[in-house]
Design a binder for this molecule. Structure first.
Ligand code: PMP
Ligand code: GLN
Length: 383
């Protein structure tokens, strides 16, 4: 293994899901729902296979999906992207992120990402031989937020890209228009490209609105907007994502993408197009149900003795374990199956400045109510 990848080992999600299987613990670690996506959308995938959508689709993606993504961006955000040239279908958001970083960063370029960050960012940046510069989100009035001065100070002449994930995994923060306005100003001032990871765009709560960075003045032209079907439709195993950006940026990403995977799997694409067009009500019901599950898990974790941060989006709750007398999330999550029969994710592994994430542990709530309740009952053994 090349030296720049040696520190990555096995992802925390694979490690913790294996731990759950080995110990029989309840898995509130890796974020995947335990119920299926909309039935009619699933039927469309089966139908696609039965009707011969089994050979290579076009490199940029099936036309129907590119059109559906284009209509969806227009309807939800008033953003217009040409399905021919400004939209590229990818193997999940993960490939989109990797291909974007590999296409846009020279060795030595700096990429700013808010930490804690989704783990594939650091690996993609390392593959590109670029450098991740972490700007820390810290608890501030009950939510995780960045310090504007720190963000400003992180920019150097080598900064090329800023990666913005909102709604944010793992903290549950949804960046406000004001926060995004500062990001946009800095992008324009320093001629940066924004890569936005918006996979949780529809999973926001309490009426909080997701604002795509590309909708801010001067940003559409310099933003690679990424999303995927996995979270919106509870089909994380379908690995179907997309990029929306101006043609030169999509062209750059596509040049890389065609040699990573050439094209994404065919059968899911027509089904996701159907979902984007016809399953709005299903998604609204998912959002409402997740908000209830969030409240259920938050209440339970608080009763079990955790300090709990209220997420405005995603399906994760961030906790601080210090009120329970622990101070190291990595050590606690390794022992949690034995102590309480539950698996969670140590947030510390998502930081450049690891010590800043030491007391935080993430729990997923995209699970059946009875699973959440049983996990809470078990976690109460900790105090
Ligand atoms: N970004 C974030 C913030 C995520 O939480 C996930 C889901 N694991 C991804 C990207 C990857 O999405 P996909 O499964 O579509 O590759
Ligand atoms: N996005 C999910 C999470 O954060 C799962 C990611 C993965 O398994 N790679 O838990």
């Amino acid at each position: 293994l090349v030296s720049r990848m040696r520190s990555f080992g096995t992802t925390i999600f694979a490690e913790m899901s294996a731990l759950a299987v080995r110990t029989g613990a309840i898995n509130l670690g890796q974020g995947f729902p335990d119920t299926d996506g909309p039935a009619a959308m699933l039927d469309h995938a089966v139908h696609a296979i039965r009707s011969g959508a089994n050979q290579y689709p076009p490199g940029p993606g099936v036309t129907e999906l590119r059109q559906a993504v284009s209509e969806h961006r227009e309807e939800h955000y008033g953003l217009s992207y040409d399905p021919d040239g400004e939209i590229l279908v990818t193997v999940g958001a993960t490939e989109a992120i990797a291909a974007a970083i590999l296409a846009l960063c020279e060795p030595g370029d700096e990429v700013i990402a808010f930490e804690p960050y989704y783990d594939s960012y650091a690996a993609s940046i390392a593959l590109a031989q670029a450098r991740l510069v972490g700007v820390t989100l810290r608890p501030d009035g009950g939510r995780f937020a960045f310090d504007p001065g720190e963000l400003r100070a992180a920019i150097t002449p080598r900064t090329r890209v800023i990666l913005v994930n909102s709604p944010h995994n793992p903290t549950g923060t949804v960046f406000t228009r004001e926060e995004l306005t500062l990001v946009a100003e800095l992008c324009r001032e320093h001629d940066l490209i924004a890569v936005t990871d918006e996979v949780y765009e529809h999973l926001t709560f309490d009426g909080v609105e997701h604002v795509p960075l590309a909708t801010l003045p001067g940003m559409r032209e310099r933003t690679v907007m990424i999303s995927s079907a996995g979270k919106t439709f509870s089909v994380t195993g379908w690995k179907t994502g997309w990029i929306c950006a101006p043609a030169p940026l999509v062209g750059a990403v596509q040049t890389v993408k065609q040699f990573l995977t050439f094209t994404a799997s065919a059968p899911w694409q027509a089904a996701v197009a159907y979902g984007l067009r016809h399953e709005r009500e299903w998604v609204a019901a998912l959002r409402a149900s997740l908000q209830d599950k969030r409240d259920r898990l938050m209440e339970g974790l608080a009763a079990a003795g955790f300090e709990v941060f209220r997420p405005a989006g995603t399906y994760f709750v961030q906790t601080d374990i210090r009120p329970l007398g622990f101070d190291d999330g990595v050590a606690l999550t390794r022992r949690l199956p034995e102590l309480a029969g539950v698996v969670a994710i140590p947030t510390q592994v998502f930081y450049e400045h690891a010590e800043r994430g030491r007391p935080f542990v993430r729990f997923a709530f995209c699970k059946k109510d009875e699973v959440i309740d049983e996990a809470v009952t078990r976690l109460k053994r900790l105090s």
